[in-house]
Write a protein that binds this ligand. Structure first.
Ligand code: KG4
Ligand code: ZN
Length: 338
């Protein structure tokens, strides 16, 4: 079966064609709108929706014609139904439904966060249920126990900001471009560990929740202080990046390890955009045996069409209705594709 995956939940227009007989991606293509949103310091939902409209058809046309594939060969179209930004979700959903209607094939609605974590199962035969997952993206920070393909139990989540948002905000305060996560990672490499230590909110709480707004505020005050003292030079920016990254990572590692212990899980899946951070992966490797640690390929950590097509092959919930319905707020515990 060949499944076309379409991702439009935020600011990346992603498409991919996956063949579940060969377990291969026939193509993967991504248009990132980051440069446009960078001008505004963050994602502008209306502009994101417009760009998806402008890009989806050309991307599909380019891939199918350059690879000489007939659209009629595809068996189903998977699309992101939520969670995400309503306008961008509506564009992808309407596009998927219309294309499927014209080809007389079914559609498969996909939960965006579930797709992030399921992507870690690609070529990872040793990953077995139940396992723990840490989902870290621009909109989510949560720990969930995955008991079976459809059974998620949320163990803990951020009570305020997502960790990706904290990365983006810190980068913005330091004058780095959007998205901030990769910029912080790059700049932190040149940072020195100094007396600068940011708080690790909720690290000693007995639950498995996270909080990143206090860390964000601490960074804000430190940068303000450095600016007032005219000391915010390049090296200081590297140091702040490193100190922030260390604090954020430590919170994620400690809570994940504790949750695994409590829930009796020895395997962990790291996924979502922040899981692309190599310092984060390295810190987890210090605590968890590498054979028990799973994450998608670096290129498939941030939003992409491949994860939507692959997740669809694992779910195969074929639908033939023409309802254009999205779920901008959708908990993993409420996955019900019916
Ligand atoms: O999963 P994703 O692409 O989109 C959402 O579903 O939100 O995640 C985007 C988030 C952004 O906050 C971005 O700054 C962060 O992931 N991110 C990173 C890295 N790459 C992306 N954060 C830290 N280090 C990275 N290398
Ligand atoms: Zn995402």
């Amino acid at each position: 079966m060949q499944i076309l995956g379409i991702e439009t939940s935020c600011d990346e227009t992603g498409i991919a064609l996956y063949d579940d007989n060969t377990n291969q991606f026939i193509f993967e293509s991504l248009f990132s709108q980051a440069a446009k949103h960078n001008l505004f310091g963050g994602v502008v939902p209306e502009l994101a929706a417009r760009d998806h409209i402008n890009k989806l058809l050309p991307l599909i046309d380019e891939e199918f014609s350059s690879k000489n594939i007939d659209l009629k060969n595809i068996d189903a179209i998977a699309y992101t139904k939520g969670p995400g930004l309503r306008g961008p979700l509506m564009v992808g959903t309407a596009f998927a439904k219309a294309l499927a209607f014209s080809l007389n094939i079914p559609t498969i609605p996909i939960h965006h966060m579930e797709a992030h974590l399921i992507m870690a199962k690609y070529e990872a035969d040793s990953l077995l249920y139940p396992f723990m997952t840490l989902l870290v993206s621009g909109g989510h920070t949560l720990l969930a126990k995955v008991n079976s393909p459809d059974k998620y139990k949320i163990i803990g989540e951020s009570i305020d900001d997502a960790v990706g948002e904290a990365f983006d905000k810190t980068a913005k305060l330091l004058g780095f471009k959007y998205p901030g996560g990769p910029e912080i990672e790059k700049n932190a490499l040149k940072g020195n560990l100094s007396d600068l230590v940011f708080p690790r909110p909720m690290i000693n709480s007995q639950d498995f929740n996270f909080s990143f707004s206090g860390l964000k505020t601490a960074v804000l005050y430190e940068i303000k202080r450095l600016k007032e003292d005219k000391r915010l030079d390049s090296q200081k920016k590297y140091d702040v990046s490193l100190a922030f990254q260390n604090a954020a990572i430590e919170c994620l590692v400690i809570k994940s390890v504790n949750a695994m212990r409590k829930e009796n899980c020895n395997q962990l899946v790291l996924s979502g955009g922040v899981a692309a951070n190599k310092a984060l992966r390295k810190s987890f490797k210090k605590e968890i045996d590498e054979k028990n640690l799973f994450y998608p390929d670096l290129s498939r950590c941030t939003d992409n069409g491949a994860m939507i097509a692959f997740a669809a092959s694992e779910k195969l919930n074929l639908q033939r209705d023409h309802e254009i319905k999205v779920n901008p707020r959708w908990s993993l515990e409420e996955i019900d594709y019916g």
